[in-house]
Design a protein around this ligand. Sequence first.
Ligand code: SAM
Length: 445
Amino acid sequence: MNEYPSAFLNRMQAMLGAEYTDFLECMEQPSIRGIRLNPVKCDEKKLKNGLDFNIELSPFSPYSYQIPEAAGKPGGIPLHHAGAFYSQEPSAASAVTILNPQPGEKILDLCAAPGGKSTQIAALLNGKGLLWSNEVVRSRATVLLSNMERMGVSNAVISSCHPETLCEKLAGYFDRILVDAPCSGEGMFRRDAQAVQDWSEEHVKTCAVRQGLILDSAAHALKENGILVYSTCTFSSEENEDTVKAFLERHPNFVLEDSGVSFGRPGIEMPQARRIFPMDGGDGHFVAKMRKISPTVCYVTDYPFTKFAAEHDVKALYDQIFQVPIKGFFIQSGSSILIAPQLTPALSGLGVIRAGVMLGEILKGRIEPAHALFLASLPQELRQIVDFSSHSAEIRAYLHGEELEVDSARKGYTGVAVDGVVAGFGKCSSGRLKNRYPKGLRSHI
Ligand code: SAM
């Protein structure tokens, strides 16, 4: 029997009654493992071909699959390097399924690192609209950025800002907001020993107070008729239904809406919300969907796009690499050149660490293209591409950082794909592809 705090078990027994024995049995089983397809870059057929284990579609999202307990670590698979999928326990996809983002909308993910839900939202937006992914802890925001880059997200702003500041400055701006709140993590106990260690009744109370404050901030940033989804990965009612009830009491301009899904089970005395217990085939999750019904005023202005000195050279480099028009605007930030989304608002004072896709860096008067630029590209958009099978020695060699032999007619920057999914790039000359796969990401297997 795993060692769970007795106060936690007592609370679960009081909550579950006759189902408590089933709960205990499930808590002895390993947590379900899963991956989520990135439909922007890959499809199910290619994904299955690139894996050396079977996958089974889960009920929690049309792109989430259960993988066998014995499957090796998916992180070393070439398609993972290429951003074709994200490792995520399937029931963790439930909050974004309920959020139901629509292409073209403006979405805020307020507590976003490491990016499981942000990358899922981005996939559903399919490059249309704007995703603002915020993570207050700066070191965690860096991990968020690297996951968003790997998944090829092109229409996101990534920030590390306090929710109160961010939501005041972006008041009335968003169509949908996800608050996947920091919580006591009871739903993660099966696979996170630290969450078990950190648990106490006091911690549950502290989390509930913090959750209320984050929700209060989020309320400002939503437009009239906008959707606010609140989710946690914990079982305690204090952090779930009670937090939602207290929020609705403080904000009569919000109403609960039905979650619109059939997986899991209704919330406790809150049929519109959704709970997932291990007995429902997942870890532990709670999701509630609310709508703002009051009129809002939004003072957010557009990003002041202006011409800059290097723009001509940037355009020339872009045209050298791509055979399709740019989707967005070039902007310069220090020595970085970015392709910012069409909808980018004014960004100052919001802790922004990335707007759109990094095109490259100005180094000694020339522009060096960025790895992220290629990850955010489809093969048909690039002028030059070399494509290797998932099972080939060449793609392994590329991901190790080795030079590759290529057709001697190839010259200049060339995308490198695995089964048609762009994983990076290199520079071709004299029949060799010089490897530009970033050193820190290279595969060691
Ligand atoms: N949505 C993420 C995902 O799917 O990958 C997981 C988010 S995690 C449950 C909650 C996040 O909230 C953590 O990254 C944590 O650093 C952040 N956080 C902690 N304190 C916070 C606060 N006071 N306001 C906003 N976010 C906070």
